[in-house]
Design a protein around this ligand. Sequence first.
Ligand code: ASP
Length: 324
Amino acid sequence: MKNSVLKLTTALILGSALFGGTAAAQYPERPVSMVVPFSAGGPTDTVARSLAEAMRPALGETVLVENKGGAGGTIGVSHVARSKPDGHTILLMHIGFSTAQSLYKNPGYSSESFDPIGLVLDVPMTIIARSDFPADNINELIDYVKANPEKVSLANAGIGAASQLCGTMFSSAIGVDLLTIPYKGTGPALNDLLGKQVDILCDQTTNTSQHINAGTVKAYAVTSKERVPTLPDLPTMQESGYDGFEIGIWHGVWAPKGTPQPALDKLQEALKAGLADQAFQERMAGLGANLLADRANPEALSTHVDQQVPQWAELFKQAGIEPQ
Ligand code: ASP
């Protein structure tokens, strides 16, 4: 009897330890995968790799960047929407998260497919061309494109990408339809522009800054309201006479819907800590990005997305852009 009570007690203690162990499992249990829905070496990848490093100490685990490019980012975003909601797969995406919901009949996800973690930063765009392009300033660029529309190719990262949005704004502002060449990200698009295989590109300063400063591309304008402090010689599009041509590429972090609250809390804490990291701040500022530290929370991101989705839907409708 004594023996069996002892056995039972041991079994109970062991059982509860095991059960308790599972219920209170530490998060994260292994490295967290941060999906970037574009190619490696591009602007989103650049932000992701720095952010992954900056989030690691607070998360207590490595954050591995996983590139899943294609279809303007929708392939990678819908991959995360379908991933196991356990906090080990998260998404870094930008404005395209909201625009693609109106540009595609079925983008493979909706805002409801995700639990928001927070906003990260906002990045201006630049209009650039291959280094031997026959135009030295924005007016010459526009004159050349208008006079030779069939000769000019415009690279982008597919429908739903920031570069496609900006390229469409540019084409419609100057009233010219250009031949567009889609890539899985602006990393490879910029490589082809450096190789002089494509002519022009509208891309984020997080990708273009180093080439603009090195003089390996021609740069004409920025799309922000004010000039970008790190690229002070570039006029804004508004200064160049294109009123209302203003666009910033906001970025956010999401987890698949149904991620347990303790994991969401931990991810949010790590995002906040990442944005407070000095090395991250300096690197992003050097690339022209503006941190959105005071909006790095779920409420701010979900409010923002809830405003953005209908706003873009309306703008596309007014512009006669049909979902495909
Ligand atoms: N941000 C994308 C990239 O990382 C490109 C884009 O949205 O235009 O390649």
